[in-house]
Design a protein around this ligand. Structure first.
Ligand SMILES: Nc1ncnc2c1ncn2[C@@H]1O[C@H](COP(=O)(O)OP(=O)(O)OP(=O)(O)O)[C@@H](O)[C@H]1O
Length: 649
């Protein structure tokens, strides 16, 4: 056991099991792809709003199981901001042990909006690690970051008499084999059509776009790696984004799903680091990366890391990834081997900063991928904490880059806090628009008929690789069981699964061992999986942005794809108007019944409606700039609604 493991063990505490556990076991059995058998599901979760919590717990989301951060402070009573699975807005004095700007300032008395406080709905005694929302773990973000729970089936060990498990999961190391590092799927027949998409760059003095990778003046090794990745010509977001980043400008970039946003920020960053001779140093206990990239889910940040590793192959630039559900000690050891580009989910990243393992003074680039998600209520406090962390250069002294396929107006407004005033806004196509290579179909169906519809659909599509999106984690397991019973090899990914299960599920889906993946919103954004031919919205999401991201898991990189959504008039009427807009903007047929529903007065209405509309351009162009969004929608409310999607059952 090394220093870090000891530390983890020493500081682990109890996982509160005191909240509602009435759901325990209700997830039932599900087919385990990894074992080829039915497996006992885990217990359910606590529910209820705004549970009062008297607890303190460690680290950020991810580190919760790994023990407290070094700067953990005394336990404090509070309505927890993070505790449990809350939708409540607790008066949150944060009591977690991760790095917190307020805590740093000695300010523990601020009243903050409860981010997810108290879903557990239970009073919890102030146990060292209390407040995780009942058995099954506490919820952290909409998409992910559920504290991993103890589960006899997992590699987590019990660490002390309190029975709190410690995450010991160490993911298999990524392949060193050059062929698999550079393996990629082919761009599709519509790749060249990207050139026809209208591009709008707003802001002062944008640099001219490049037309070829040669014009990007990449150094030899990077050029070689780009070519080995199968990239022949840049996509529009790369043509415009690469020179903007290389010119040192801040950027908010919006381009459709699957159109190469990752390389649009990675290539110019890596190019600059290579040109400056950046080289990872393994001699320092505190690593000082030049670039920090954040993304909302573990799987996505790992994917970005693998892309960075691929492009940096054979160079002195060393990317590292940190995310939750994995042994902290393992990640600290990896960090200590040197780090120029640090990819992380917010919680684990903040935890590493809090532990003094990551210094920020050398940060030149801060990238928010899925930036609208990173700035909605779920993650915004973490982002503010990150930019307010000691050593982090001010926005004037770093380059901040934001990428997403959706950028609602309210989030754009918020994003400006993180960007220099002269940031450029790059819009490729319609901001918030769906990928035009995805054929979108809607089936009007009651909730009771969905199951049969799904089975019929899957029978008709044969072994097409399919992602099925559902609203809740329990539903994900339930549908997976049913599909397995019907002989569709199926796996599932959601926030109640252990990290090793999530990774295995994704692996089985990628490899085709399980051609059907049932997912909650944790799988909606960013995942780039080859040959996903069909996306099924078994349950439509609550907000239109999530719809756009979900269907974007197919039809990527010029390939065509198909999305079938089950529209339940009882539950989805508020989304109808936005769906009609999305369909029309993507030049797709709008079913007459959907049009009728859209104009039957069921649009977003009332006080505090959730986000149902999308922005179509740079906010700075003003109200006449073509914004579709209802300006009464506020980010927090919209985000809260979004956050509820998965969690409220
Ligand atoms: N210029 C290019 N030529 C060929 N393939 C490319 C090019 N750029 C990106 N790709 C490939 O296209 C796929 C999609 O890219 P990427 O994941 O970056 O999309 P994205 O815009 O970030 O999507 P999302 O919005 O879903 O996150 C990846 O497999 C990537 O390797």
């Amino acid at each position: 056991m090394d220093e870090w493991e000891e530390q983890e063990t020493a500081t682990s505490g109890t996982c509160a099991l005191t909240s509602h556990t009435s759901n325990a076991g209700t997830q039932g059995d599900f087919w385990s792809s990894d074992r080829g058998e039915f497996q006992r599901g885990r217990g359910g979760r606590g529910r209820g709003r705004g549970g009062f919590k008297n607890s303190s717990f460690s680290g950020a989301e991810d580190s919760a199981n790994d023990g407290d951060s070094q700067n953990n402070t005394a336990e404090r009573s509070s309505f927890s901001r993070r505790g449990g699975r809350g939708r409540g807005r607790g008066f949150g004095r944060t009591d977690h042990g991760d790095f917190d700007a307020n805590e740093e300032n000695g300010d523990h008395t601020n009243v903050s909006r409860g981010r997810r406080g108290g879903r557990g709905g239970s009073y919890r005694q102030g146990g060292e690690q209390g407040g995780r929302g009942g058995f099954g773990g506490g919820y952290r973000g909409k998409d992910e970051e559920v504290f991993a729970q103890g589960n006899q089936d997992t590699p987590a060990e019990k660490t002390d008499e309190s029975d709190r498990p410690r995450v010991t999961y160490v993911p298999p190391p990524p392949s060193e084999d050059e062929e698999s590092i550079f393996s990629h799927y082919e761009s599709g027949v519509n790749f060249d059509k990207y050139d026809e998409i209208l591009v709008d760059v707003s802001g002062t003095n944008p640099p001219p776009a490049i037309m070829t990778f040669d014009e990007a003046a990449l150094c030899e090794s990077l050029k070689r790696n780009v070519s080995k990745s199968g990239y022949v010509k840049p996509t529009p977001v790369q043509k415009h984004g690469i020179p903007i980043v290389s010119a040192g400008r801040d950027l908010m970039a919006c381009a459709q799903t699957g159109s190469g946003k990752t390389a649009a920020f990675l290539l110019p960053i890596l190019q600059q680091l290579m040109a400056d001779g950046a080289a990872a140093s393994c001699f320092s206990e505190t690593q000082e990366p030049e670039a920090i990239i954040v993304a909302p889910t573990r799987e996505l940040i790992n994917q970005i890391y693998l892309e960075a590793r691929k492009f940096a192959y054979g160079t002195c630039v060393r990317p590292v990834v940190v995310y939750g559900g994995v042994s902290t000690g393992h990640q600290i050891r990896d960090l200590s081997r040197g780090c120029n580009v640090l990819c992380g989910t917010p919680g684990r990243l903040l935890d590493m900063i809090g532990r003094g393992k990551v210094g920020l003074t050398k940060v030149r680039y801060l990238v928010l991928d899925e930036a609208d998600r990173m700035l909605d209520m779920g993650f915004e406090p973490d982002m503010r904490r990150l930019v307010g962390s000691p050593g982090m250069p001010s926005k004037e002294n770093r380059q901040t880059l934001m990428f997403s396929a959706t950028f609602p107006e309210d989030i754009q407004r918020l994003a400006a806090d993180f960007l220099k005033t002269d940031y450029l806004f790059l819009a490729v196509g319609i901001v918030g628009g769906a990928c035009s290579d995805v054929e979108q179909t809607f089936v009007q169906v009651t909730k009771f008929a969905k199951r049969d519809q799904l089975l019929d659909l899957l029978k008709s599509t044969g072994s097409a690789r399919t992602m099925v999106f559902v609203e809740t984690k329990r539903q994900a397991d339930f549908i997976a069981v049913i599909l397995c019973q019907e002989k569709f090899p199926t796996t599932s990914i959601h926030g109640d699964r252990e990290q090793w299960q999530r990774e295995q599920a994704l692996g089985d889906f990628r490899s085709g061992k399980c051609p059907v993946l049932v997912a909650t919103s944790v799988g909606a954004r960013g995942l780039d999986i080859p040959d996903v031919q069909l996306v099924v919205n078994f349950d439509l999401p609550n907000n239109i942005d999530e719809y756009v991201h979900r269907i974007g898991r197919t039809g990527r990189c010029g390939n065509t794809g198909r999305a079938v959504s089950f529209y339940d008039p009882e539950a989805n009427s508020e989304l109808a108007q936005s769906l009609v807009t999305i369909l029309s903007k993507a030049q797709q047929e709008v079913p007459s019944w959907l049009e009728a529903a859209a104009f039957s007065g069921h649009g977003p209405s009332g006080f505090n409606p959730p986000r149902k509309h999308f922005a179509s351009t740079d906010l700075r162009k003003g109200p006449q700039g073509g914004l579709f969004q209802d300006s009464s929608v506020t980010s927090q409310l919209a985000a809260q609604t979004a956050a509820d999607d998965e969690e409220w059952e």
